[in-house]
Design a protein around this ligand. Structure first.
Ligand code: UD1
Length: 349
């Protein structure tokens, strides 16, 4: 079996690591194509190095751009790559522009398409990620769902026959890295006592200057010192809108490599984020989370009391400090999702 993975953005490199390992273990051939959507070293290369992922076989070097221009450039480049490699499966990850571009390129030339992290829904059609994941799910031949909620969402859209519930590969890698961090802690410059670890990067929080200012004020209003790992979109938008990123009580650091992120989540007493991946990592690593959004795709974290949604930034401070619930629920699987995903690919080949 020859699987061609298409990745482009930071969370996809994290998911790629356990999938690559499982494909190698199964004796499959794996071609890695990087669209170049994320290109800064600390958004891309560092993940490949740290997670021992081989360098991409192809890097399209697409870079940043408007949604249409970025997706179109990827689509054209990927079609040529797919025709050259003619894999048994094109495997796409999550909900980024790289994902939807690869999905379209694959179906147009009749290559079998599998979607890892299928079935997530925010039901918010203004989010670029929501278009990307709905279109990708409906284009795919095999839907690898991370949770029962995702399985139900796919069934509600008539996609049950193509769905396999495999669990979430981010749990696989979070478990592995948690253990490696315990054995060999990374060097981190973090406050000595309690602190909140924050990330903000979603368009709905960064692109409107009034909203962005309110979110940054909301972080500063919390009782805990806040360490804000600043995504380049956040830095760029603050500069564009003339907003100061650092405020009293808020220290910014560059985006963290994965091991440092896991170590920081373990050390933090609170996570505040709008990232999907970090909501789940906080849950898996046992740190309570406040999510600065009106909805989440990871409903189980909220239902279990580990995550609170806060859409009004003035309410962030009040939501911080809830204890982690005492639960041993594993709604995203037991850390063996990558093996299950590869088995599903083999079964459907
Ligand atoms: C993308 C995904 C989002 C995912 C996120 C993870 C889409 C629509 N969004 O959002 O779902 O949660 O990745 O991080 O695909 N930039 C750099 N260097 C980089 C990458 C980006 O400076 O290496 C800056 C540029 O100003 C760019 C902006 O960040 O315009 C946004 O990057 P982009 O890849 O368009 O989207 P993300 O916000 O990263």
């Amino acid at each position: 079996m020859h699987v061609l993975s298409v990745v482009g953005a930071r969370p996809q490199f994290v998911k790629l690591a356990p999938i690559h390992e499982a494909l190698v273990a199964a004796g499959a051939r794996h071609t890695i194509v990087h669209t170049g959507q994320h290109y800064d070293s600390n958004m891309s290369e560092v993940f490949f190095d740290e997670l021992a992922i081989p360098a991409a076989d192809v890097n399209l070097g697409v870079g940043s751009g408007s949604h249409g221009a970025q997706t179109a450039t990827m689509l054209a480049g990927l079609e040529t790559v797919f025709l050259d490699h003619s894999p048994d499966w094109v495997l796409v990850y999550g909900d980024t522009n790289s994902t939807v571009a690869a999905a379209l390129a694959a179906v147009k030339i009749h290559l079998p398409l599998a979607h890892l992290e299928a079935g997530l829904r925010s039901f918010n059609r203004r989010m670029p990620e929501e278009h990307n994941r709905v279109l990708t799910d409906h284009a795919s031949d095999l839907l690898l769902a991370p949770s029962t909620v995702a399985v139900e969402n796919l069934a509600n859209e008539g996609l049950a026959a193509r769905t396999r519930h495999v669990g979430d590969v981010m749990v696989d890698i979070a478990h592995l890295v948690r253990d490696s961090v315990a054995a060999r802690p990374p060097e981190l410059d973090l406050p000595p006592g309690d602190f909140a670890l924050a990330t903000i990067h979603r368009a709905e929080n960064t692109d409107d200057p009034a909203r962005l200012a309110a979110v940054l004020d909301g972080l500063a209003a919390t009782d805990l010192p806040v360490v804000l790992a600043a995504h380049p979109r956040l830095v760029a938008k603050c500069a564009e809108h003339g907003l100061a990123l650092e405020r009293p009580g808020v220290t910014t650091v560059p985006p963290l490599p994965y091991r440092s992120m896991v170590a920081a989540v373990l050390r933090a007493s609170q996570v505040i984020t709008d990232s999907g991946g970090l909501q789940k990592e906080a849950f898996v690593l046992g740190t309570p989370c406040v999510t600065v959004r009106t909805e989440t795709e990871w409903l189980e974290t909220v239902q279990l009391g580990a995550n609170v949604l806060v859409s009004d930034p003035t309410q962030i401070a009040a939501a911080v400090g809830r204890p982690m619930p005492d639960t041993d629920a594993t709604p995203y699987g037991d850390g063996h999702a990558a093996t299950a995903a590869v088995q599903a690919l083999l079964d459907a080949s």
